[in-house]
Write a protein that binds this ligand. Structure first.
Ligand SMILES: [Zn+2]
Length: 466
């Protein structure tokens, strides 16, 4: 295969940015050097004035989600096309364990479905109700390269809910196997109580979605998670933290030697809860819900201060019609599309605004998730031997987001009409262009499953300065 030379751009590495050329051979990075002279037969991409970023890793997606009650419109095809358009060259999708299904069966099913992906992918499992052989199953899925698993402390009437007893037992076992436990932290009794109170007052419209999931619900479940992490001496990763209080709690825990990691999502630091009072409320139905403007500001500062380890989209491609016409927050399937806007929103909100340097923002969606989720030394850096996953990004432009241009079948975006800075010019996956000129490639099925290493506490702590 011909060499590919990306010339004249500014390469953004985990430690900083530098004008350099990048040589790609056979799908991997070969050389990163000051000035590479192309030879006959090389393919050359001129990247003058462009930033050359490592392909993004969206560590939180729900493509092809089937809850048993509702199915997202996005499958691995449209989800991965949307990812490619957003510069995401690897996503880690959640494979939900259905009722009565073994973890191994859930993993195999999702591996099969992932075969239609445009870009590379890995899998997390979500752990519902353990079957009789769950301990053996854990070891098996770890050998399959699935080394993280999510529990939900809420949604009691669904496939997701995990009791505290099962969560506790899982953490004990997972730590021995190098499986990282992730938690959706919301106290179910508090959510249920708040919901019942609203219902008794006739307050069931989407306007009340946020009030049905108060801060106390998240914060309590975060503290419970920290308690379990301490008692089991197992690391714990919090998905989509929405509150500065929660992020602070995880920092305090780390200071006490309890390894807890925080993930936040773009919506929680760029959209505020006043949108629930508008007729557009249904565009913002996700859990945990949006918080106040003041909380968002603090969250942004905390990210800039390095207190957050990863940013993921929590992409969940339900359409607005699927959300239901009765506008009752209890019946709406929560989730918003976001993988395609992951970087544009992160860049606009944190880099363009001057809060943090670009390489630190890039780390939140490349080096850090690659480190936490066992993808080093294959993904997450522009370095010799790594998969040649690259995003060419033009920081000089800005435009208003038009949701009609997005690739998700959800058909809308919570950031519709937002001014977003920069433009993704090209996305390259293992040396192959999968997105350019506003078009995603249709070479579905070229994406590969990436087996991940087990969680290495010492390596992660030192790489992320925890
Ligand atoms: Zn999620």
């Amino acid at each position: 295969m011909a060499r590919l030379v990306i010339r004249g751009g500014t390469v953004v590495q985990s430690s900083g940015s530098k004008k350099q050329d990048v040589v790609i051979q056979d799908g991997t990075f070969q050389t990163i050097a000051d000035a590479v002279a192309p030879t006959a037969g090389d393919r050359v991409i001129e990247a003058t004035n462009l930033l050359v970023l490592p392909g993004f890793i969206d560590c939180h997606t729900h493509f092809g989600l089937n809850t048993g009650k509702m199915q997202t419109l996005d499958d691995f095809e449209s989800g991965s096309a949307s990812a490619a358009a957003g510069g995401v060259t690897t996503y880690i999708n959640f494979a939900p364990q259905q009722r009565g299904e073994s973890l191994v069966a859930a993993a195999k099913r999702e591996l099969e479905r992932g075969k239609s992906s445009l870009v590379d992918y890995a899998l997390h499992l979500s752990f519902g109700t353990p079957g009789p052989d769950w301990v053996d199953e854990l070891a098996q899925v770890a050998t399959m390269g699935i080394t993280s698993m999510k529990v939900y402390t809420t949604y009691t009437d669904t496939i997701y809910y995990t009791t505290d007893w099962n969560w506790y037992r899982l953490m004990e076992r997972a730590a021995e196997l190098g499986i990282l436990i992730q938690v959706h932290a919301e106290n179910d009794a508090i959510v249920d109580g708040a919901t019942q109170e609203l219902v008794s007052q006739g307050k069931t419209s989407f306007q009340f979605h946020g009030l049905s999931r108060p801060a106390a619900a998240e914060f309590e479940a975060v503290l419970r998670g920290i308690a379990l992490a301490q008692i089991t001496n197992a690391p714990l990763y919090f998905v989509h933290l929405s509150l500065p209080l929660s992020v602070t709690a995880t920092r305090r825990a780390r200071e006490e030697g309890i390894l807890t990691l925080s993930e936040v999502c773009p919506h929680h630091f760029s959209l505020e809860n006043s949108v629930y009072l508008t007729p557009d409320a249904r565009r913002y139905i996700m859990t945990p819900p949006l918080r106040s403007r003041a909380e968002q500001e603090v969250t942004r500062q905390m990210i800039a201060d390095g207190l957050v380890q990863a940013v993921g989209s929590d992409h969940c491609g339900y359409s607005l019609p699927q959300r239901g016409s009765d506008m009752d927050f209890r019946t709406a399937s929560p989730g918003i599309p976001g993988t395609e806007t992951l970087w544009p929103v992160l860049y606009t909100t944190l880099v363009q605004s001057g809060l943090m340097p670009i390489h630190e923002a890039v780390n939140l969606v490349s080096y850090n998730p690659a480190t936490i989720f066992g993808l080093i030394p294959q993904k997450g850096q522009i370095a010799p031997g790594y998969d040649a996953d690259v995003v060419l990004f033009d920081p000089r432009t800005h435009s208003m987001l038009d949701e009609a241009t997005l690739h998700s079948r959800a058909g809308y975006s919570p950031w519709q009409g937002r001014e977003l800075y920069g433009k993704i010019i090209q996305t390259i996956s293992r040396g192959e262009v999968v997105y350019e000129n506003d078009n995603a490639s249709d070479r579905f099925g070229r994406g590969r499953f990436v087996p991940r290493k087990t969680f290495d506490r010492v390596a992660v702590s030192s790489a992320l300065n925890l």
